[in-house]
Design a binder for this molecule. Structure first.
Ligand code: SF4
Length: 306
């Protein structure tokens, strides 16, 4: 797996085009339009945007992780860099101390590049940028620096999918694998649980661009879609799977996740203030199989191949 990825990996060379893309990403940061929130705030000043983030990246952890989808974790672990804060505000966020409360430490761009190189030195299969959207310019800048210093493993963009199309276009050449959520089909649900009514439109545009860049995941590069089943929302799950198949075909790998548990603000949302029942999960798997998707993983205690 690792060698296959390396063969397929296309590290962004030190070219004028790559420098231009880093610059173009920074131009979207001042004022900030990195994501669909389009806050247009000056993040270097005293008024952070919706994501509560300044200019310096904030990182909660950088470590080898073995719990991602099998081809991402591989045998040696995924070199996971977990960014703090988030441009979503999901009421059920299981990582809310990091995503909403900002637990983590500021790092410089050079420091972030060093983290990548250190993870590579520890044998990481890839560099897995988790929740990078609101630090897209800084993360890509660090990848650029790290590549120049010998980073040769693939880059994974592990995102909620609430992305600006213009920003995603600028990731072209820097990212090998997009591991992208598809959370909601209905604007009402996206508004209620993540204050992002435009999410369904944003994620579809972003996924189309991601697939255009790297194709669907083939074992080395490409797009993998993640879907987390929410309790009481299986009709929306069915609609999401239908759209995925219609738009990208049955071969796109979908990671079908059961790991939801109530957390953070779910006591204010009684209908999702519980886990999936066993019967619901059985029904969810039936929906998945009936959708006709032919690749991916179904999350049990471990991931099972479809
Ligand atoms: S990245 Fe943050 S500041 Fe920038 S547009 Fe998105 S939410 Fe607003």
């Amino acid at each position: 797996m690792n060698s296959a990825i390396r063969q397929n990996s296309a590290p962004m060379p030190d070219t004028a085009a790559s420098i231009d893309r880093v610059r173009a990403l920074y131009s979207r940061l001042y004022p900030c339009r990195l994501c669909p929130r389009d806050c247009r705030t000056d993040r270097s000043g005293s008024k952070p945007g919706y994501c509560k983030s300044g200019i310096k990246p904030v990182v909660a952890s950088a470590a080898l992780h073995h719990g991602e989808e099998p081809p991402i974790s591989g045998t040696k672990g995924s070199g996971t860099i977990f960014f703090s804060n988030c441009n979503m505000s999901c009421v059920y966020c299981q990582n809310y101390p990091i995503s909403q409360l900002g637990v983590g430490n500021e790092v410089s761009i050079a420091g972030l590049a060093e983290m990548m190189l250190t993870l590579q030195g520890k044998g990481a299969e890839n560099i897995n940028l988790v929740t990078p959207t609101h630090f897209a310019a800084q993360a890509v800048h660090a990848v650029y620096l790290a590549r120049r210093k010998g980073l040769a493993i693939p880059i994974v963009w592990n995102s909620s999918g609430y992305e600006s199309l213009e920003t995603v276009k600028l990731l072209d050449g820097f990212v090998d694998i997009y591991l992208c959520d598809y959370r909601y089909a209905a604007p009402e649900t996206a508004k209620k649980y993540s204050n992002a009514a435009d999410y369904p439109f944003a994620v579809e545009d972003a996924l189309e661009e991601m697939v255009r860049q790297v194709g669907i995941f083939d074992g080395g590069r490409g797009v993998i879609i993640r879907h987390l089943c929410l309790p009481g929302h299986l009709a929306e799950t069915a609609e999401i799977l239908r759209r995925i198949k219609e738009k990208f075909g049955p071969a796109i790998p979908v990671s079908f996740m059961s790991q939801y548990f109530p957390a953070y603000r779910t006591p204010d949302y009684p209908e999702i203030n519980r886990g999936l029942t066993a019967e619901e999960w059985r029904e969810a798997k039936k929906i998945f199989h009936e959708a006709g998707l032919q690749a991916g993983w179904i999350q049990q205690d471990i991931y099972e191949s479809v």
